[in-house]
Design a protein around this ligand. Structure first.
Ligand code: GLP
Length: 240
């Protein structure tokens, strides 16, 4: 695993944008996208490079890590909508080729399996962006997720719902269920790139990078991957 420690959050965003920029210019076909606040500096920088430097995403496709179950299509906090607002609308990436699990169907279990099959059939993901939850989750693979899990329905921990309540009017509005790529699905990507900034991520980063490989810290699965890069600012690296 490669650990890159930089001074601040903006620089972390630039370093990760460099990795995506290089992948795109080198012929990557499929990007793996993530939501949450951590990737936003990356997305801002990629949008700037598209606008000012002609970085083109035409012809690429992208798969999102996860989605809430039960939010209606177009809900501002559904991850499909968030990724449009934060990234896709600012690039020349064809929005019809940006895929996410279908959280609106009456059969989320079938939707999860179909999404896993779609990634396997149309992938692999060349470069996958990842954030990390304060409890070490990636995507929505909460602690004790199988390290070889595939895309499936998961129940959020109370802590994750509280952490994500800031995006909703109240805690009651945060869905309880999600569809997430499994840890095994995520590890099928060619290059995993994690970004974490701020002191509140320091324990999770220490457990993921230096702790044992263990389902209680889902992000520790990066230790198994042949090409994983973790980009952190000094605050998130403070317990390494
Ligand atoms: C959510 C997302 C994860 C993300 C995590 C951390 O739970 N499903 O993909 O990594 O939040 O979010 P943030 O970057 O806002 O701290």
């Amino acid at each position: 695993m490669e650990i890159v420690i930089v001074n601040d959050a903006d620089t972390a965003g630039t370093v990760v944008a460099d990795i995506f920029d290089h992948a795109v210019r080198s012929g990557a076909r499929t990007l793996g996208l993530a939501t949450g606040s951590s990737p936003l500096s990356v997305y801002r920088e990629l949008a700037r490079r598209h606008r000012e430097e002609g970085l083109s995403f035409a012809g690429l496709q992208a798969f999102l890590l996860d989605e809430y179950v039960g939010l209606p299509d177009g809900h501002p906090e559904s991850y499909a909508q968030v990724i449009r607002t934060e990234l896709v609308n600012h690039l020349d990436l064809d929005s019809a080729r940006v895929f996410s699990p279908n959280g609106t169907t009456g059969d989320p279990f079938g939707a999860a399996a179909a999404y896993d099959r779609a990634i396997a059939a149309n992938g692999p993901v060349d470069v996958q962006l990842l954030g990390i939850g304060a409890n070490g989750h990636i995507g929505f693979n909460e602690p004790t997720s199988s390290l070889t899990s595939r895309t499936r329905v998961k129940t959020l921990t109370e802590q994750t719902r509280i952490d994500n309540a800031r995006f909703f009017e109240s805690l009651d509005d945060v869905p309880r269920h999600v569809i997430t790529q499994g840890l095994g699905t995520i590890c099928d990507a060619g290059h995993l790139v994690m970004i974490a900034t701020g002191e509140h991520k320091a324990d999770a980063i220490a457990a993921a990078v230096e702790g044992p490989l263990a389902a209680v810290c889902p992000a520790s699965v990066l230790q198994l991957h042949p090409h994983a890069t973790v980009v952190v600012d000094e605050a998130a690296a403070s317990k390494l």
